[in-house]
Design a protein around this ligand. Structure first.
Ligand code: SAM
Length: 231
């Protein structure tokens, strides 16, 4: 993967960035996503935010080597602190982090959101709490994808502020749009998770030490939901 050839995961994220966007890619690491989108003429400008020094320097190098310095600002900052009001950001990508981390970055940086930005989120797990936050903050999920690459299942969630929407517990767990579309990648992902959860339940049943009742009930409820989904 590099700034020309993105991974399939980042390629699918890129597909949700609107043409002409001012993109803030938070947790940009090597900066491949904003540089690829700028090279293709998709975005007008970008901010690549990084909290850690090594990836920050990597992003600086990618931007410099591609002569993108006038259009892509690389900033060492925690979360949305990388965004300045004068940037006029219209899309924010947060990819390759846990869903809870993405939620916490959005929540602690709320003051920097105008409410007009498209959020393009690619959580590695923790999708349910992230969707819960989106719902509570008045975001509507516009698009969702599941894809598999290098033996990992990835989810992409695209959201924008809209009229308040209420998702059910199952919709928050599986994704409201994925639940309707039931793509082959989505079904395969949940078949794998069902097997893992059933194994966990049988390990718990044989465990020497007591497993907290609440934890058992949580897993049992999810096993029931997934079984119904796949039926
Ligand atoms: N977004 C890239 C991708 O999807 O390929 C890189 C993902 S990498 C696994 C996660 C990056 O997020 C790391 O470089 C890490 O330093 C950065 N990161 C984690 N927490 C952050 C925060 N609060 N603010 C900015 N960057 C953060």
């Amino acid at each position: 993967m590099n700034q020309q050839t993105l991974s399939m995961r980042l390629e699918r994220v890129a597909a949700h960035v609107p043409t002409g966007a001012g993109l803030a890619d938070i947790g940009s690491d090597h900066g491949y996503l904003p540089v690829a989108l700028m090279r293709r003429g998709v975005i007008a400008m970008a901010v690549a935010g990084e909290v850690a020094l090594t990836p920050f320097h990597a992003a600086e190098r990618t931007v410099r080597e591609n002569d993108m310095t006038p259009w892509i600002s690389v900033r060492l900052a925690n979360g949305l602190a990388a965004i300045k009001p004068e940037d006029e950001i219209t899309a924010i990508s947060l990819c390759g982090m846990g869903g809870e981390t993405i939620r916490d970055i959005l929540d602690s940086g709320k003051a920097r959101l105008s409410g007009q930005e498209r959020l393009i989120l690619q959580p590695n797990g923790g999708e349910q709490p992230l969707r819960q936050w989106l719902m509570e903050q008045g975001y509507r999920i516009l698009c969702e994808e599941v894809l598999r690459e290098n033996r990992f299942d990835y989810e992409i969630i695209v959201a924008e502020r809209a009229e308040p929407v209420t998702y059910t517990a199952e919709e928050l767990y599986f994704g409201p749009l994925q639940l309707q579309a039931r793509s082959p990648a989505f079904v395969a992902k949940w078949q794998r998770i069902l097997r893992l959860k059933q194994q966990t339940l049988s390990h718990f049943a044989r465990a020497q030490q007591a497993v907290p009742e609440e934890k058992m009930q949580d897993i049992a409820r999810h096993v029931q939901w997934i079984t119904e989904l796949l039926a």
